[in-house]
Design a protein. Structure first.
Length: 90
């Protein structure tokens, strides 16, 4: 579904590397690694967690290289600051 969505963005003239950030997780490390292997060469920025979503535990986190190329970490921090300011002002 992630790849299909990225293809739709491309078909509409949008760049998934700049306008799409995937956060996904699985309890099975092999499944998380397979997702990482599929998304990395396609240029889809992603945060991939291995852990138990029901227990809210994360054992490991991997980031695709495009996550770093398009500075998603800084963009997320900026988004969090803007959201905090909106809450403060309301």
């Amino acid at each position: 579904m992630i790849i299909a969505f990225a293809e739709v963005l491309l078909a509409r003239g949008l760049n998934p590397a700049e306008q799409l950030l995937i956060t996904a997780g699985d309890i099975n490390p092999l499944a998380a690694d397979m997702t990482f292997i599929q998304l990395s060469p396609l240029g889809i920025p992603a945060i991939l967690n291995t852990g138990n979503s029901l227990a809210l535990t994360v054992n490991s986190t991997r980031y695709t290289s495009v996550y770093y190329f398009h500075q998603w970490e800084g963009r997320l921090r900026l988004h969090e600051r803007i959201q905090a300011m909106r809450v403060f002002l309301s």
